[in-house]
Design a protein around this ligand. Structure first.
Ligand code: G1P
Length: 303
């Protein structure tokens, strides 16, 4: 069995939900506290054992490439000013892993973006991580999936139960239960408007068989006139084992403004230098309710 060593991170979307912030800046560079969202995704991949990453970029995404590249000027400046801690952070980003970039020349959909990385995949199983979803967990979500893959080769799709009224915003799966965490997938539907087959939504983490690239090559546009990854996966599932997996962790949809703000608050609260100041602010803002909730959470954690 081939190990999963490669990952594709699509980052070619236009980011219209965050305009005007994303007029000249890719949405993937918006920070959660002080780190661009895409770096959280890259770090999840690395901590899961991924050795090679390709980012599929689009127009005006240059800053993503620059972010993971060496910045000699900045390093020299920090070195000169003996700002060693910052220097280490800046160098750390560059040394993360081998990162490649490929351009999606036209915004034809997620399936098309993945297909743009076909040469990189070169017949090996690969992971896909969507940048809109950050998952906080003890074991990285992708690592949990790779552990499942090593026992059950095939394609593995991370899912989460979502409220029925939100189902039409996601791709959903239908499957036969194997155990509490795993289903064998029998059907997939992208953003069902009527009769959704379940409320198990795909949340942007996939391990896929390279055969998907051959399917994507001929994939016709689906929902929204875009070439959908879900449609190609449906075809793959008819041919090979495909499993849905309920991961352990907390999901932040940082592609939505509310999810983005929640992630910023939660991640900042956990930082030594920011946590108490932010708690104080929330306390003032909520007339004490925030601290009471914080205290209760702390008590639960200790208990
Ligand atoms: C994409 C996928 C969808 C998935 C979602 C998760 O949709 O097509 O199946 O559920 O990501 O965020 P998008 O949100 O890019 O429209």
């Amino acid at each position: 069995m081939n190990k999963v060593k490669k990952a594709i991170i699509p980052a070619a979307g236009l980011g219209t939900r965050f305009l005007p912030a994303t007029k000249a800046m890719p949405k993937e560079m918006l920070p959660i506290v002080d780190k661009p969202t895409i770096q959280y995704i890259v770090e999840e991949a690395i901590c899961s054992g991924i050795e090679d990453i390709i980012i599929v970029t689009g127009r005006s995404k240059r800053s993503i490439e620059d972010h993971f590249d060496k910045n000699h000027e900045l390093e020299a400046d920090l070195e000169c000013k003996q700002k060693n801690e910052l220097l280490e952070i800046v160098r750390g980003v560059t040394n993360l892993v081998e990162i490649h970039c490929v351009r999606q020349k036209e915004p034809l959909g997620l399936g098309h973006a993945i297909w743009c990385a076909r040469k990189f995949v070169a017949g090996e199983p690969f992971a896909v991580l969507l940048g809109d979803m950050i998952i906080e967990s003890e074991v990285p979500c992708l690592k949990q999936m790779i552990d499942v893959y090593e026992e059950r080769p095939g394609s593995i799709i991370a899912v989460e139960e979502v409220p029925w009224e939100s189902v039409s915003s996601y791709g959903v799966i239908q499957g036969d239960m194997i155990n509490k965490k795993l289903n064998r997938i029998t059907n997939l539907v992208e953003k069902p408007k009527i009769n959704p087959p379940s409320n198990l939504a795909m949340i942007g983490r996939y391990i896929l068989d390279p055969k998907i690239m051959d399917i994507l090559e001929h994939q016709q546009p689906g929902v929204g006139g875009e070439i959908q990854l879900t449609d190609a996966m449906k075809q793959l599932a008819a041919d090979q084992n495909m499993y849905s997996f309920r991961y352990e962790g907390k999901l932040y949809d940082v592609g939505s403004k509310l999810g983005f703000l929640k992630a910023n608050i939660d991640f900042a609260l956990k930082r030594d230098e920011l946590g108490s100041g932010l708690w104080e602010h929330l306390y003032e803002l909520t007339g004490g309710a925030a601290q009471d909730a914080g205290g209760m959470r702390e008590a639960r954690r200790i208990g």
